[in-house]
Design a protein around this ligand. Structure first.
Ligand code: ZN
Length: 846
């Protein structure tokens, strides 16, 4: 029997198995190169961290990119022989203890994406230097296993060592195919190194050197804050000759810690936004968690990552790994709230950045429902925490007011509007942070999958409109008035101006539906109504509005939108209203009032002022049939009197007010029927006789008692007795008439018969006024008669009734024709005699 060397066989088989495992893993890596190629840097840093001694800040890691090679060095403790063996022979089987995070496990193999060869050098724990080459081509298991054996033999014999200050060195010969891996690894490191320093107390410095740049990160200070478990970590970043400091506030717990960047400015401390960094750290970033939904970076050494180290299992099953990971996140929420409480208590700026939660993105390792529940609780806690800074105090978000409409400008404008609402002032965030809080509140809505405005504190345009509607209608006495709105607003704000700004804001944000829907548009009588209930005022004269409102109960202004709402200028609303509609409504209303038995004082006011308006504006068309009034002298009652009668009967055109008559005629006013004289009240509002003359020229009123007309009179008054027979003319001749001389019942002839006094006045009118005014009427003119002859006639047609009527009262109800005797009797005692008749020659012809 052949003697079997059992140990040798076992070693060979184990080596071959390991080689096979490593080969498989290398092939996997190669096929996932794009995703894994940046990972090498974290494996190397982790290797350094695992070699650290305790927690004190002593570890220095140095990454140097030289021509054709990349060198990584650190100053951790030296290797044990076991560790060298693990490094060489370790394959895919994990062999990781509690405190080392996969040292030389499968993770380390990812560094082969830089190069299949690694020159390893270092010190053993007893200080003896060593070096060997680890070459891992992924050609075959046999080649690998031979190569591993060669490395082990080389280690045995080597004694090169590394530069004094370091204990470990990995050197990778690199070519162009590693360029992307190198760039990606170094860029991620530059982004995450400060956070790595924050979370891993072991590191004193991480330095990167390449032909292009030299950059190093160093912890400058860890300063505890008054609140236990909180500290500010300052990381210095030296790049070439420039130095800058990054600061982080760190909240540490038993299993987790959370941090966010901060800045100490001249105005005081403020929170900064997280860049595009991993949100979950297991000492080092878990690449792929950049969009994890959390408003801070969480680190935990208790996390169990996914195999690809791109996440941690959260709620995907009920095993211990999941439970621990979930517990860490829950603790992180508590730590974060503690952090928020501290910074708000200390009046830090931009706290909204700490509560702005990114949307939940789906991951294979994540139970979205579970995370949503966690975050909903976190949001509720945040809403209870006085995190909103305004002035010198802070309020909890749920007691605050956030403008959440539109873009940044929209938010700013809405802030201005809300700040002027009495009960909101003091609840708003400071103006500069309003946009940030809008983002935060919107993020809560996204995370909890609800409407942004379902949070009571979030105010958009619609909510503000509803609030105004409600608040201006709380008391019965002030139902939707401008005064009620003024009470809602802070004292120094003009409510109209505020409303105008609100409307402009709603329009600019495209919220026209609220302008249409809301009951908050100001009318001209001080009430808040719907846009659709109000007409657009096309520059209606205030006089018209006054007339309609004061005297006719037309509520004219109640239907008109207040023109001070200039932002609504383009809105039609119920329609357009101009002078014409209002003027017609006034006249219609006056017409209606005419139907009543007595014409009220309001009617009188409206009628006179309306006529004044028409005249001032020269709007003559409203005058046809205009309902003015006269006043009866006996009982002062008013009677409707239409100007320019619509049926066009010239005889019915009324007199202008007496005061507008020629002065010589005024004393005879009592002769004319008072029902046909426009009341003096009209002269009081239009005291210019020229205006009345102009109206009379247009035949709306008359100011003279004589009318000249060209007519075919038929019968005429001859200047001498004519022979028997039919005498009349078909000629068109000029005649003069005295108005209202013969009008039924109320004409002059009808009324002088009953009053000697009036008859005497009439006599004076005839002899002192009429004969002077119509001197020509008493001359005789030729006319062709139907009898075939020619006669002479008097042009003064008014002579006819004077001659043909018994109108001269003689006392005791006796009346006579106008004769020398009857007139003498009427006028006796007045100094008149028939001889004085002769002196006034023309009337002699009577
Ligand atoms: Zn004749």
């Amino acid at each position: 029997m052949t003697i079997i060397n059992k140990d040798e066989i076992k070693d060979r088989v184990l080596t071959e198995n390991t080689a096979q495992g490593i080969l498989n893993h290398l092939r996997d890596l190669e096929s996932n190169r794009a995703r894994m190629q940046g990972r090498w840097i974290w494996e190397l840093l982790q290797n350094a961290r695992d070699a650290s001694v305790g927690e004190d800040t002593h570890l220095v890691a140095f990454i140097e990119l030289r021509e054709g090679e990349l060198v990584f060095q650190h100053n951790g403790r030296g290797f044990s022989a076991d560790e060298v063996a693990h490094l060489i022979y370790h394959g895919s089987t994990k062999l990781e203890d509690e405190n080392t995070i996969g040292q030389y496990g499968s993770g380390f193999l990812t560094t082969h994406l830089l190069s299949p060869e690694i020159d390893v050098a270092g010190h053993l724990s007893d200080g003896i230097p060593f070096s060997f080459r680890l070459k891992r081509e992924n050609s075959s298991a046999k080649a690998l296993s031979d190569s591993m054996d060669r490395a082990w033999e080389e280690f045995d014999a080597s004694a090169e060592g590394v530069p004094d200050s370091f204990t470990t060195q990995f050197r990778y010969p690199v070519g162009t195919d590693s360029e992307r891996a190198i760039t990606e690894g170094i860029e991620t490191l530059k982004r995450c190194a400060p956070l790595v320093m924050v979370f891993n107390r072991q590191f004193r410095r991480i330095a990167i050197k390449s032909p292009d740049e030299s950059i190093s990160f160093e912890v400058v200070e860890r300063k505890p804050l008054p609140q236990e478990g909180l500290q500010i970590v300052t990381v210095g970043e030296n790049q070439c000759d420039t130095q800058r400091e990054r600061k982080y506030i760190l909240s540490e717990g038993r299993r987790a810690s959370v941090t966010v960047p901060v800045a100490l400015t001249e105005d005081g401390p403020k929170c900064l936004s997280l860049d595009d960094v991993s949100r979950l750290f297991l000492g080092f970033p878990l690449i792929g968690t950049e969009d994890f939904s959390f408003p801070a970076v969480i680190n935990s050494f208790r996390f169990t990552p996914t195999e690809n180290r791109d996440g941690v299992y959260l709620g995907q099953s009920d095993d211990e790994t999941n439970n621990t990971n979930q517990a860490v996140i829950a603790e992180a929420c508590e730590l974060h709230v503690k952090l928020i409480e501290f910074v708000t208590d200390s009046q830090w700026a931009s706290v909204h950045l700490l509560v702005d939660i990114p949307p939940i993105s789906e991951q294979t390792w994540l139970n979205v429902d579970w995370l949503q529940e966690q975050l909903t609780q976190l949001i509720e806690q945040i809403r209870e925490t006085p995190a909103v800074l305004h002035g010198q105090e802070s309020v909890a978000p749920k007691d605050a007011i956030f403008p959440v409409e539109g873009g940044d400008t929209g938010v700013d404008i809405l802030w201005g509007l809300l700040d002027e609402v009495e009960s909101f002032r003091g609840k708003l965030p400071i103006r500069a942070e309003a946009v940030g809080w809008r983002r935060a509140v919107k993020s809560w809505a996204t995370v909890t999958a609800c409407e942004g405005t379902s949070f009571g504190e979030a105010f958009d345009g619609g909510k503000l409109v509803s609030y105004i509607e409600e608040e201006t209608r709380t008391s019965e006495s002030q139902r939707g008035t401008l005064d009620a709105l003024q009470d809602v607003l802070v004292e120094e704000v003009c409510a109209v101006e505020w409303l105008n700004r609100l409307c402009a804001f709603l329009k600019s944000e495209g919220l026209d539906q609220w302008i249409r829907k809301g009951q908050f548009i100001l009318d001209q009588s001080g009430y808040l109504k719907r846009l659709s209930d109000l007409y657009r005022d096309m520059d209606i004269d205030d006089d018209l509005k006054d007339i309609g409102e004061k005297y006719l109960e037309l509520n004219t202004r109640g239907y008109l939108r207040d023109n001070r709402l200039t932002s609504l200028a383009e809105e039609v609303g119920r329609g357009d209203r101009s002078d014409d509609e209002v003027a017609r409504a006034i006249i219609d209303s006056l017409q209606d009032l005419c139907e009543k038995d007595t014409l009220s004082d309001d009617f009188a006011q409206a009628s006179t002022r309306m006529l004044a308006w028409i005249v001032t504006k020269k709007q003559w068309n409203y005058l046809i049939g205009f309902p003015s009034f006269s006043v009866r002298p006996d009982d002062s009652s008013r009677h409707m009197l239409r100007l320019s009668p619509q049926d066009g009967d010239e005889a019915d055109i009324p007199f202008a007010p007496v005061k507008a008559w020629p002065e010589e005629l005024q004393e005879f006013a009592g002769l004319f029927p008072s029902d046909y004289i426009v009341a003096d009240a009209f002269f009081d509002v239009i005291p210019n006789p020229d205006v009345w003359r102009a109206l009379s020229e247009r035949d709306y009123v008359r100011t003279d008692a004589i009318i000249n007309s060209n007519v075919s009179p038929g019968a005429f008054l001859p200047d001498e007795p004519l022979p028997d027979g039919d005498h009349s003319t078909e000629d068109v001749v000029t005649m003069t008439n005295v108005v209202f001389l013969t009008k039924d019942r109320v004409g002059i002839m009808a009324r002088v018969r009953d009053s000697q006094e009036r008859a005497r006045l009439f006599w004076r009118f005839l002899t002192e006024w009429l004969v002077v005014r119509d001197i020509e009427g008493l001359d005789s003119k030729k006319v062709t008669c139907v009898c075939g002859g020619t006669h002479r006639y008097y042009q003064a047609n008014w002579l006819v009734p004077l001659v043909r009527n018994r109108w001269v009262p003689q006392g005791n109800d006796i009346r006579d024709y106008a004769t020398a005797q009857s007139l003498a009797k009427l006028l006796q005692g007045s100094g008149w005699t028939p001889s004085s008749l002769r002196e006034t020659s023309p009337i002699v012809k009577l």
